[in-house]
Write a protein that binds this ligand. Sequence first.
Ligand SMILES: Nc1nc2c(ncn2[C@@H]2O[C@H](COP(=O)(O)OP(=O)(O)OP(=O)(O)O)[C@@H](O)[C@H]2O)c(=O)[nH]1
Ligand SMILES: [Mg+2]
Length: 203
Amino acid sequence: MANLPALLQNPEFLDAAAKPSQWPEGGVEVAFAGRSNVGKSSAINTIMQRKKLARTSKTPGRTQQIVFFSLSEKQRVVDLPGYGFAKVPIAVRKDWEKYIGFYISSRQNLKGLVQLMDVRHPLTDLDKQMLMWCTDIGLPVHIMLTKADKLKFGAAKNTLLKVAKQIEELGADCTLQLFSSHKNMGVDDCRQQLLTWLSNPDE
Ligand SMILES: Nc1nc2c(ncn2[C@@H]2O[C@H](COP(=O)(O)OP(=O)(O)OP(=O)(O)O)[C@@H](O)[C@H]2O)c(=O)[nH]1
Ligand SMILES: [Mg+2]
């Protein structure tokens, strides 16, 4: 655990909430969002150096509730259901997307959003919508271009530069990095971002 900040050393599953009345009260949190199957739950595990804290799956649509993990009494990370998975019946999908939307727009405890995008096809229409929506409501976003192990380093770097330019053109205000759960790439940068957003839970 040499590199693992103290705050991230004792994560615990808190609750999987299907409705807002189940959301924990007080404290601060950072949520992980992104398309279905992009690797949100895997990223949470990698960042906390745990194998099975968040449930992962090869089947898209695994995480269907908002899952809360506590880091301390007043600090949490949140695993959101994925958006945009075509094989889920449209009515069910709309329900989740509404639920995610309601969470992001109404949650006072939410200090920042880690938005994951697949490095091989970043900034899909839904990704852009989510990003611009967060920009509009003033919620800070940290983008992770994940599964970076699927590309050669040069190609991943080029994508990073291209996406940075597109984000600037969109007028979105966010930070950006490459990430891979399988190769442990970019993990420290993400940890630093979590610490920044989750410090001062009493302010
Ligand atoms: N190559 C590669 N595969 C990854 C990486 N991260 C996750 N995966 C794989 O992608 C699949 C989905 O991972 P999850 O972490 O369950 O994805 P998720 O975004 O939580 O998915 P939903 O909860 O269904 O929205 C699994 O088969 C993972 O092994 C990565 O960095 N590199
Ligand atoms: Mg998941």
